[in-house]
Design a protein. Structure first.
Length: 356
């Protein structure tokens, strides 16, 4: 019997609908090749919906999203609306609301010309970040005292729990074991200056006793940023608290060819995960047919792997890799001159060529 996957789709704002449309073209093609089907249910959440209804995410939306096998997200954010309001309600709302505690970010280079790093190639840039996704400075505990006075005080609390650290660390050890690279796991933190982060150091060491086959490494976030540019080949799997993970994975995007290729998955094993390009809604490029959809296509590949279609996932990733390695796609930026659907056409040609 044909397996059918239920996919919730939140196209969102700005360029979101354009890139999601292209991602769904690839999902459609690979479903035919690999013989599964899917039902996409579109949810209108985002700026337009908010402006028309005053609602960001209705009551019951999270429960409904959770009923799906996975969620595909475009991007959220609109300059007409208060900074971060919709992003916190929808992106963080789903991440926190569904307790998607891992943000998984592969950083893989498919052609040496795509990286700004001199002398580095695909063999050097192939790493994956496990960013803790539900704690840290993002829990929203903040406040202002004597606001708008010369004596104003602002606080934003960094919250870390043993449970939160442990499940991210454990996921990362398992991933390092599964990944046939070097069986190395690096903890990245700033526990020398932020002593609260000692919880990460201790958890990493304790859980690590169960994984004697995994080589444990450690780097402070500032040094890790430097090493990523100087010696990216040192990185295999890395686990990192939420805030630093947010930043270093954008550095990862730069190293692998830009926001046009960088994809991520928000995961809680056994539940619906959310997959997305890491870029935002890029409002100034919306509707101009210039945005690169490859990151969303790569997110579709991650989603397929997650729902249990590893062959289809490998096929899509292979088609992306092939399009870049063969130089049929040479530029993932908005100034490439390549219209948005043309990128997908090339990936689809690769996909079909591989299916022969
Ligand atoms: N996950 C999300 O939905 C998400 C993530 C980041 C930012 N945002 C929101 O998006 C809005 C815009 O944020 P921003 O301008 O800082 O970041 P952005 O990622 O939207 O865009 C920054 C720049 O990156 C480049 N870029 C982005 N996506 C690209 C792609 N697919 N192909 C080629 N180039 C691409 C463009 O030059 C763009 O101007 C804000 O409201 C922000 O809060 C949302």
């Amino acid at each position: 019997m044909t397996k059918t996957y239920n996919i919730a789709v939140i196209s969102g704002d700005g360029v979101g609908p354009e890139v999601v449309r292209e991602g769904l073209r690839v999902l459609d093609a690979v479903s035919r090749i690999d013989g599964f089907s899917y039902k996409a249910t579109h949810y209108p959440y985002g700026a337009e919906h908010y402006l028309q209804t005053g609602v960001m995410m209705p009551d019951g939306a999270l429960q409904e999203l959770a009923q799906h096998d996975a969620i595909l997200l475009g991007a959220i954010g609109d300059p007409r609306i208060e900074v971060g309001l919709l992003e916190r309600a929808i992106i963080a709302g789903v991440r926190f609301g569904l307790d998607l505690f891992v943000n998984l970010r592969p950083v893989k280079l498919y052609h040496e010309d795509l990286t700004p790093l001199k002398g580095k190639g695909p063999a050097d840039i192939d790493m994956i970040f496990v960013r803790e996704n539900t704690e840290d400075l993002y829990v929203g505990i903040h406040g202002f005292f004597k606001k708008n006075t010369p004596d104003e005080v602002a606080i934003q609390e960094m919250v870390m729990t043993r449970k939160g650290c442990e499940r991210a660390v454990r996921y990362a050890y398992e991933l390092a074991r599964k990944r046939a690279k070097h069986h190395r796991l690096m903890l990245i933190d700033k526990a020398n200056a932020l002593r609260g982060q000692d919880i990460w150091t201790r958890t990493f060491a304790e859980v690590g006793k169960e994984y004697p086959d995994i080589h444990q490494e450690h780097a402070y976030i500032d040094a890790a940023c430097m090493w990523m540019l100087k010696n990216p080949e040192w990185f295999d799997v890395a686990v990192v608290p939420n805030m630093f993970g947010d930043i270093i994975t954008d550095l990862g995007a730069a190293v692998q060819g830009g926001l046009g290729i960088a994809a991520s998955g928000n995961i809680h094993p056994g539940q619906a995960g959310m997959f997305e390009p890491i870029h935002g809604s890029a409002p100034k490029h919306a509707g101009k047919n210039v945005i690169c959809p490859v990151a969303t296509i790569a997110a579709v590949a991650m989603m397929l792997d997650f729902v249990g279609e590893p062959r289809a996932a490998a096929r899509v990733e292979g088609a992306v890799a092939g399009s870049l390695a063969s130089r049929r796609i040479t530029d993932l930026s908005t100034s490439s001159g390549v219209p948005t659907p043309k990128y997908t056409d090339i990936v689809l040609e690769e996909l079909h060529a591989r299916a022969l």
